[in-house]
Design a binder for this molecule. Structure first.
Ligand SMILES: [Zn+2]
Ligand SMILES: [Zn+2]
Length: 376
């Protein structure tokens, strides 16, 4: 009995202790002073994290960051089309889909490293955040206009965004001063190229040569959308290709020849048809029609896997998921048959914040994820 009594007393003391410590913690967590201390720690952590990303620009690898992996159909966990390619001390952004800046901002990506934007085509899910990239790179340290590469018509996009943001340019310049917001550096500047609109969809053009970096725009087939291109980046013997939106198309395989990484769009036709049929059943006529129409201008995951095989691509990274790949539980449905075409090590489902490093002088392909760290 005495032993039992001592045990009960010890348990009571422990419970009281937990209550006191818990109460103190709860008090501290509700204390503005304690919260301000925690907040200060997080603020320093955020900027330290951004400095830590500087080693991505050391020229020792060709690198890729996925900043948007969704199609136009909304997905809470994914921004729309956006891929960053880092070569040397510069980053280039292929497509600026809605909310894609947010993906980079959450990872504290250094805005002043972005040296250019390359648009694959002018669908809204590829250009919707162009104004945000314009603003954030400018107030983030850009000291000259931001080049925007694209096929015929890119001048219109650039003129429109520049006009839309002109009033805000004035506010920022007046508020923050010339050192932070030099007004002459604010605009986008169009860099149009010729390829992208041929009837044969098989042309290509070198659009940028800068030291060890060469960028090629090649035609894809996203009919009726023209121009429509993909991009190949070659840097110190490593290579990355971004397909843009396209059906299964030989010119993608041609320009992905022996590429280390192919970032390719994917649309599951079975799942798309399920949504189209459900929309018809529910009398949602416009949605049903759109989900029928899009059948003819995208690639299935198996199509992309076959293109990657034809090209001898080492890692196929799926992006631009239609319908949304909202859960890993859907993987076996969405990617049905892909592993019959390529080994499991030869493909991966992309996600927002995914980072791929291709170290120079090796054949390594390193996959990781950027940490998100803004006041979290
Ligand atoms: Zn498109
Ligand atoms: Zn698209």
């Amino acid at each position: 009995m005495a032993t039992g009594s001592r045990a009960r007393r010890a348990a009571l003391i422990i419970l009281v202790g937990i209550a006191i410590v818990g109460g103190a913690a709860a008090f501290a967590l509700n204390s503005p002073t304690a919260l301000a201390w925690f907040y200060n720690q997080q603020a320093h952590r955020r900027f330290a994290q951004q400095r830590g990303l500087a080693n991505m620009f050391d020229g020792k690898a060709l690198r890729v960051v996925l900043c948007g992996t969704s199609s136009p159909v909304p997905d809470a966990a994914r921004a729309k089309a956006c891929t960053v390619v880092i070569a040397g001390d510069h980053a280039f952004v292929v497509d600026t889909g809605p909310e894609s800046w947010k993906t980079l901002a959450l990872a504290n990506f250094p805005a002043d490293r972005i040296a250019g934007v390359m648009l694959t085509h002018f669908h809204s899910d590829h250009i919707g955040d162009l104004g945000e990239f314009r603003l954030q790179t400018w107030v983030g340290g850009r000291k000259q206009p931001l080049p925007v590469y694209g096929g015929a018509g890119v001048e219109k996009i650039v003129d429109g965004v520049n006009l839309t943001y002109a009033l805000d340019d004035g506010y920022r310049a007046a508020h923050h001063g010339h050192d932070v917001a030099p007004i002459e550096a604010a605009p986008l500047i169009a860099k149009p190229f010729k390829v992208g609109s041929s009837d044969t969809h098989d042309q290509a053009e070198t659009i940028l040569e800068d030291g060890d970096l060469k960028v090629t725009a090649f035609e894809v087939n996203h009919t009726p959308v023209r121009p429509a291109v993909g991009y190949r980046f070659d840097y110190k013997g490593r290579s990355v290709v971004v397909s843009g939106d396209t059906i299964k198309w030989p010119n993608v395989a041609r320009w992905s020849h022996n590429a280390d990484v192919l970032v390719h769009e994917a649309q599951n036709q079975n799942m798309r048809e399920i949504i189209a049929a459900a929309a018809r059943d529910e009398n949602m006529k416009s949605v049903g029609k759109i989900f029928e129409d899009i059948e003819t201008y995208h690639s299935s995951p198996r199509d992309a896997a076959e293109i990657a095989n034809q090209a001898g691509v080492r890692l196929l990274v799926f992006t631009h998921f239609t319908p949304p790949l909202v859960s890993g539980l859907l993987d076996s449905l969405f990617f049905e048959g892909v592993s019959d075409i390529r080994p499991a090590s030869g493909w991966v489902a992309g996600f927002d914040g995914m980072r791929i490093d291709l170290p120079i002088g090796s054949d390594k392909i390193e996959q990781s994820a950027l940490a998100t760290g803004i006041f979290r």
